[in-house]
Write a protein that binds this ligand. Structure first.
Ligand code: FAD
Ligand code: ZN
Length: 476
């Protein structure tokens, strides 16, 4: 146990935790705790009695038994890149943060079954690399992949830029090993693609944000390596045109369409202006842009197919211009343009952020209606709908008017969100498409979720965690 800045801890729980994981893995020193106590966006700050870093499933189970007996809350944490405050404890200082990052082994790669078993603390990047080393592909892809972990990806049912072809984290997992609130271990590390033997427990844990159990390992699906990848950047007149292009691409390439990311003109300008090393890949300025990627395990003709597709789109007026990456460097540059956007936006002052999904067909009208409604509410504010258009998922961020006061603008979060999310709900959309509920959307969830669904969720929670020690104050 590291020494606390306020003198040796008298907390009787800590020696018991240290007996399980070893003293060096119970952190109480203020400096050591600091990175665990705030979220990536800086929206949440918490307190904890200790960060505990187990090194095995057996240690996680023993820690849970101990905390369950003592009634001590546990906040599971992976890479701490979550965007809804789910991995940050409250300010009471009663919770223990359970960091899963030392569970970082790839336990097995089974090529015949097309699976690998990885522990919860393996970073997404390391999982992708393990798949690649085995000649396979693991498709989950997020800008935070160097830091976020498989446990966090499954805890939040992460999405990202390849959902269109491969699905969310949920669709990429076959089995789980989970430690229950009382320390019991569910060995659900099955590799079966067919198993209709009752309730789907795995899918209850995926997306439960640490409120039902602690995921310690997972069986992930592997896919054939992609040998042919074609990446293009397209200029378009409107979101409706982007949807028409998406239709055309799916009709031509089917599941070969792996990425379809929307960016308004202003987003391209923000990245080019603020993040060195970026430039607009197209000669003219286009109101909207799409980062488009098609891929295949083996299709030497793919580039020609994409060229034909884009030529037809330009001819029909769906697209105004397009460029196809001619090298890996050019491909990286197109991706960098998309992935630098959240950082670039930070240079323009405050942004009120939403992670929404809508039926695809409703998106163009939604974007137009929001533009007008937000201009009435905060004249000069800059709506920036971007992201995973192919999945009907937009990061509908609203950036402050040029020169406005940041704090004053962010003070209107409730009003702006009320307008955006009110319309989302009316349109049958979701207030959280991929980031989860955590603390950020907990109150909102109660307002918008079907009451019967909410009641069922509460009953599931109390069946799995009757003492309420798992990530209290999150989701429900
Ligand atoms: P954490 O932040 O540590 O935890 C997230 C939640 O999962 C918390 O509620 C935590 O309690 C719980 N949890 C963590 N580990 C476990 C476990 N082992 N068992 C049970 N519960 C657990 N998300 C997307 O979906 N799509 C994106 O495109 C995307 N892009 C991002 C880009 C950036 C730059 C950043 C910073 C974040 C992005 N995110 C995105 C959000 C975030 O990276 C993902 O939610 C990621 O899955 C979180 O993983 P993590 O290991 O950091 O989890
Ligand atoms: Zn996203």
């Amino acid at each position: 146990m590291s020494a606390s800045t306020s003198g040796p801890s008298t907390d009787p729980l800590l020696p018991r935790l240290a007996a399980i994981v070893g003293e060096t893995h119970v952190l109480t020193d203020a400096d050591a705790l600091e990175p665990y106590l705030h979220d990536w966006r800086g929206l949440y700050k918490g307190r904890t009695r200790a960060v505990v870093r187990p090194g095995s499933t057996a240690e996680v189970a023993a820690l849970l038994r101990c905390c369950h007996e003592a009634g001590v809350p546990i906040v599971p944490q992976g890479g701490n890149t979550g965007l809804v405050g789910g991995s940050i404890p409250d300010l009471s200082g009663t919770a223990v943060i359970l960091s899963l990052r030392r569970l970082d082994r790839v336990r097995e790669v089974d090529l015949s079954s097309d699976t690998m078993i990885v522990e919860a603390g393996v970073t997404l990047l390391a999982a992708q690399e393990a798949a690649e080393a085995a000649g396979r592909f693991f498709p989950l892809s997020l800008a935070s992949e160097g830091t976020c972990t498989i446990g966090g990806n499954l805890g939040t049912n992460a999405g990202g830029t390849a959902v269109l072809a491969y699905g969310n984290a949920r669709e990429l997992v076959l089995g789980l090993e989970v430690v229950m609130a009382d320390g019991a271990v569910w060995n659900g590390l099955g590799k079966l693609r067919k198993d209709n033997t009752g309730y789907d427990l795995r899918n209850l844990f995926v997306g439960s944000e640490g409120t039902l159990g602690i995921i310690t390992a997972a069986v992930l699906k592997l896919f054939p390596a992609r040998r042919d990848i074609v990446t293009a950047f397209v200029g378009l007149p409107s979101p409706a045109a982007a949807l028409a292009l998406l239709d055309r691409a799916k009709a031509r390439l089917g599941a070969g369409v792996t990425t379809f990311e929307l960016m308004p003109r202003m987003a391209v300008e923000m990245v080019v202006n603020h993040i060195p090393g970026n430039r607009d890949p197209l000669a003219g300025a286009h109101p909207w842009n799409v980062l488009f990627e098609a891929s295949s395990p083996s299709d030497p003709d793919l580039r020609n197919k994409v060229e034909t597709l884009l030529a037809e789109a330009i001819e029909s007026g769906e697209a105004e211009d397009a460029t196809i990456a001619a090298s890996l460097d050019q491909r990286d540059a197109l991706w960098r343009l998309r992935e630098s956007l959240p950082e670039a936006q930070g240079h323009e002052g405050g942004s009120i952020k939403h992670d929404i999904s809508l039926p695809l067909s409703r998106i163009p009208a939604f974007i137009e209606a929001m533009g007008a409604a937000l201009e009435r509410l905060v004249p000069g504010c800059r709506p920036l709908p971007f992201g995973h258009l192919g999945d009907g998922n937009l990061h509908f961020n609203v950036t402050q008017p040029v020169g406005a006061d940041r704090t004053e603008f962010l003070g209107r979060w409730g009003e702006v969100s009320g307008v955006v999310l009110g319309e989302v709900v009316r349109e049958g959309g979701s207030i959280s498409a991929e980031h989860g509920v955590g603390q950020l959307k907990r109150d909102l969830l109660r307002e918008v979720k079907d009451p019967v669904a909410l009641d069922l969720m509460r009953r599931i929670k109390s069946a799995f965690d009757p003492k309420g020690i798992l990530n209290p104050g999150k989701v429900l």
